[in-house]
Ligand binder design. Structure first.
Ligand code: GLA
Ligand code: ZN
Length: 682
């Protein structure tokens, strides 16, 4: 059955792509001339929205309960009169000095038990009742004053939630959380945590501390639960803010800005509470250790990850740098053409916005040299300004893509519980486990084959995919084994690798053979040993069918083959002649198992086989060209992004190219860093 993809407009008030960025007028209140000029410059650059108030708490509430929103009202009014909308942040990302002074429990304690001093940002204790109360007050005031402002588009909750706190309040919350999680039964916890190990049996939840650096770190179930607790706690605080705003007016959409593959919180849990996902993209461009295309593919992985958290709607590129960032190890400017290329990369993956940090550079403090649309020079003829202005024009040409979304037949599984558990596991090598990299490499390889793969979790719906790849799915949530079995029986192609299904959701090992939860039946193998190689070691495998050889690095498993077909065998070492890659027909589908770490190119060879079995035709996309598709109603928009410094011709492209407003018939040639957006339903 054909799925109908409905157009989903995030911002009905904006006709086309939202083009905006963080703007800090409260830093310039003594310069009305500059605030006026900013509006002229924004309009010139095609900016139709700004994000205000991200760090404005002390500008709204200079002293406790003394509020002043007059400046914000004036700024929002002026912007609106000039056609510029506002995304308004709640200011909890940075707390005023008076608050820390009066309510010291607002300040975090670190993993060594050391209390911080007032300062910096994104560091309030999520369990402090005082902080919660003060956030409720300021958020409610904001909502009462601005929820009905015609220029308001959305609430931006806090900013880049970051880090854990180990204070007494958090300790108590953790204990309450654990008690709930284990039904108030300490024996359930002892069992799940294998607590007899090193005499760690607990009698009461009150005996449990967070995993302090110099405290308990050997109970892996506890470490994992601490991560889950912190996700739950930040989510609770975020929900408290959302509820406060919604008590005043319920129909303003909300988001919070995520960070590139950030590890501290399971973003999927947070995403469930949001209307839209958004993230801040700051890849280390033009570095000296990888190609531009490699850097940008990793960036695209993030885009797709966040897009797939809410698949029926676009996501938002909340921040990106015009020009440069100022906090990376080496702060290199975006080379000419890269700004548009990267902005279109976000759109190609399903974003309906291109937003910046920041509109104007501040004069002082640690971000004074961070890239911005408006430089200290203050003019509209800087290289960066002109590139943004040019992009503004381009965005107008693709306005019809607004509201279209992604759709793919292929998915890759990537999840936080697995990231955390793999990282915390005491085996393999901390130098080479590289869960994230391994998933990203598989995703990238499939993307290069024209698959535009989704990124999902094992809890997501599998039914729309013909093929699912799950690299290193070490930890299995309850029911995942059964789900994979049904998926394969129903005709799916499921590809697992070494280090799959070793532990349950509490990190307890499965008994009776890995992968657990019945998966050794599905795959027809048991993994008996996982062997960790030193960096200079390697092995080799040979594919039975065509004699093709492939290099093994880092990890190799000794597989016991039950009823799977052996696709490749090891060449060397004590594994010589044993199975390295297998497949088992199970019901209408196949369960593939790759028992060793192969290079992306060799995974490509395996994907050729699995895609073939899935009946999916790969597409040959030239090296260094990224390809993504967006759908809406009866429309299909194909994006080609040339990451190469040379021109390239792409075959089999037909339709209307929106940027040049010309038809392409059979092929399209892109110059260095050029982009094509082809409406092929025309
Ligand atoms: C983050 C923050 C912004 C700003 C930028 C600088 O994304 O959200 O406030 O500090 O980094 O790159
Ligand atoms: Zn705390």
């Amino acid at each position: 059955m054909k799925t109908i993809i409905k157009t989903h407009k995030i911002f009905p008030k904006i006709d086309g792509i939202l083009h905006g960025g963080d703007y800090n007028p409260d830093q310039w209140l003594d310069r009305p001339d500059i605030l006026k000029e900013d509006i002229r410059l924004m309009k010139k650059a095609g900016i139709n929205c700004v994000t205000l108030g991200v760090f404005s708490w002390s500008s709204y509430e200079r002293r406790e309960d003394e509020f002043d929103f007059s400046w914000l009202k004036k700024v929002m009014d002026d912007l609106y009169e000039n056609g510029i909308y506002t995304i308004l942040a709640t200011p909890s990302g940075s707390k005023p000095a008076w608050l820390d002074k009066k309510y010291p429990d607002a300040i975090r304690v670190d993993e060594n038990g050391i209390k911080a001093h007032h300062g910096m940002r994104e560091n309030h204790c999520m369990s402090s009742p005082n902080v919660e109360r003060r956030i409720r007050v300021i958020d409610r005031k904001l909502a009462e004053n601005f929820a009905d402002h015609p220029g308001l588009l959305m609430w931006h909750i806090s900013n880049e939630y970051t880090g854990y706190c180990y204070c007494d309040n958090c300790k108590q919350e953790f204990r309450r959380y654990l008690s709930k999680r284990f039904d108030g039964d300490i024996e359930k916890l002892n069992h799940a945590w294998w607590a007899t190990f090193w005499s760690h049996t607990y009698n009461d939840f009150d005996e449990i501390d967070p995993p302090f650096m110099n405290g308990e770190r050997s109970i892996l179930g506890q470490n994992l639960e601490w991560r889950r607790f912190n996700t739950w706690n930040v989510c609770r605080s975020m929900k408290m803010e959302i509820d406060t705003l919604r008590e005043v007016r319920a129909d303003i959409p909300v988001t919070t800005n995520f960070m590139c593959l950030f590890e501290d919180f399971d973003y999927r849990v947070l995403a469930k509470e949001l209307d839209y996902t958004s993230w801040d993209a700051y890849p280390f461009l033009h570095n000296d250790y990888e190609s531009l295309s490699d850097t940008l593919y990793d960036n695209a992985f993030n885009h797709v990850l966040y897009a797939c958290m809410k698949k029926d709607r676009p996501f938002m590129l909340m921040e990106s740098a015009p020009g440069l960032v100022n906090w990376s190890p080496y702060n290199k400017y975006k080379r000419p053409g890269i700004h548009a290329l990267m902005s279109f990369q976000a759109l190609s993956c399903g974003s309906d916005t291109v937003q910046y940090f920041q509109i104007r550079k501040g004069r002082g403090c640690s971000e004074q040299f961070h890239g911005a649309l408006i430089d200290h020079l203050g003019t509209d003829d800087t290289r960066i300004f002109k590139e943004v202005e040019d992009l503004g024009q381009k965005l107008l040409r693709v306005k019809n893509i607004q509201g279209s979304v992604r759709k793919s037949e292929v998915a890759v599984i990537f999840e936080w519980d697995v990231r955390w558990a793999v990282k915390d596991s005491w085996a393999l090598s901390n130098e080479t486990k590289n869960y994230d990299r391994t998933v990203m490499d598989s995703w990238k390889e499939l993307a290069k084959m024209g698959m535009d793969p989704d990124i999902i979790s094992s809890d997501d719906d599998f039914s729309e995919y013909k093929m699912i790849v799950a690299p290193m799915l070490y930890l299995l949530h309850d029911g995942v084994g059964e789900k994979i079995k049904e998926y394969v029986e129903g005709g799916g192609q499921f590809i697992a690798t070494y280090f799959t299904g070793y532990v349950d959701k509490d990190t307890l090992c499965y008994l009776g053979g890995f992968p657990g939860q019945g998966l050794s039946e599905v795959f027809g193998i048991i993994s008996e040993e996982i062997d960790t190689l030193y960096p200079k070691d390697s092995n080799e495998i040979t594919f039975v069918k065509d004699g093709r050889k492939a290099l093994v690095k880092d990890y190799q498993e000794l597989l016991r083959v039950k009823d799977a077909k052996v696709l490749a065998t090891y060449e060397q070492d004590y594994l010589k002649g044993t199975a390295a890659v297998t497949a088992k027909e199970h019901g209408k589908g196949n369960a593939w198992y790759v028992g060793c770490r192969l290079s992306p190119e060799d995974m490509h060879h395996i994907f050729d086989m699995t895609l073939d079995a899935a009946g999916i035709k790969g597409r040959s996309i030239p090296e260094g060209v990224e390809y993504h598709i967006r759908y809406a109603d009866d429309k299909k928009y194909e994006f080609y992004l040339n990451m190469n410094a040379e021109s390239v011709t792409i075959e089999n492209v037909s339709g209307w190219e929106l940027l040049s407003d010309k038809e392409c018939n059979g092929s399209v040639t892109l110059q260095k860093y050029e982009i094509a957006v082809v409406d092929d339903s025309v």
